[in-house]
Write a protein that binds this ligand. Structure first.
Ligand SMILES: [Zn+2]
Length: 260
């Protein structure tokens, strides 16, 4: 099948919560069990996305689920009272320990659930196997079986919509704290013996960056005989040595070097 055709075929997406709810109902009984779930059509991803799961009262035997018309209308009535404008269009049922497929009776149920748009049917079992179909009633009758199923995971997906929003709302801060010094001041920093250096544009000595570790910093202060001095250009205290080299603390806010 051509890729663009394959991609246009709807899929059923069961968010993790929906999947867990249906499976927990299936595992809670050895009998067949069935119910409904909300499902919406997402045009962008071409997925039928399931939502809340409902379990109406039902009469079950080992092998069948039956919703009496009376029970079914009572169930629908409850939903309407709760403010549902659309009745759940996903019908799910478990085959207990049997395999997952649609029997003649299941097909009858799908017909019985006919509405003005579609019904998604989902058959599960206690081994957590699944089989689904999509029946479209209007404007033409069409059944897709099997309907591919995706179970939502905890994996975070960055959609194009999110990317666009982030790009629009977040502007990059030019001067700030980064993982390494190059993140702050470009590539001009040169690393010598674990110390970051930058030529001093003011022409006197070099600009050095203290290591992040306070212990190493104090060791350098002692070893090189550094002293605190007021720097007019920077309008700040800096550490200096006798050769006029400047020492900066990476953990303190700095001014841009173009000021120097
Ligand atoms: Zn069945």
């Amino acid at each position: 099948m051509k890729d663009h055709i394959k991609d246009s075929i709807p899929k059923l997406l069961l968010p993790l919560e929906t999947y867990q709810k249906i499976m927990s109902y299936a595992l809670a009984t050895e009998n067949e069990i069935g119910g409904f779930a909300d499902v919406v059509w997402d045009k962008e991803t071409r997925k039928l996305i399931a939502g809340d799961v409902y379990l109406p009262n039902q009469e079950v035997t080992y092998g069948t689920v039956e919703f009496s018309e009376e029970e079914f209308s009572r169930f629908m009535g409850t939903l309407i009272k709760k403010g549902h404008t659309q009745l759940p269009q996903l019908w799910w049922h478990s085959h207990g320990d049997m395999s997952t497929f649609f029997s003649g009776t299941d097909q009858d149920t799908i017909e019985w659930l006919e509405n003005s748009s579609f019904i998604v049917a989902l058959c599960v079992n206690r081994k957590q196997k699944m089989h689904a179909s999509l029946t479209i009633f209007n404007p033409i009758r069409l059944q897709i079986e099997p309907l591919e199923i995706e179970v939502g995971s905890l994996k975070v997906e960055v959609t194009k919509t999110v990317k666009d929003e982030v790009n629009k709302k977040i502007t990059e801060k030019k001067w700030g704290y980064g993982k390494n010094y190059n993140d702050w001041w470009g590539d001009e920093w040169r690393k010598d013996n674990g110390v970051y250096r930058l030529p001093n544009p003011a022409g006197k000595g070099q600009i050095n960056m203290f290591p992040r570790s306070t212990k190493k910093k104090h060791k350098l202060i002692r070893r090189k005989g550094l002293y605190l001095a007021w720097d007019n250009k920077r309008d700040d205290y800096v550490y200096k040595d006798k050769h006029d080299n400047i020492w900066l603390d990476p953990d303190l806010r700095r001014k841009e070097f173009s000021d120097l």
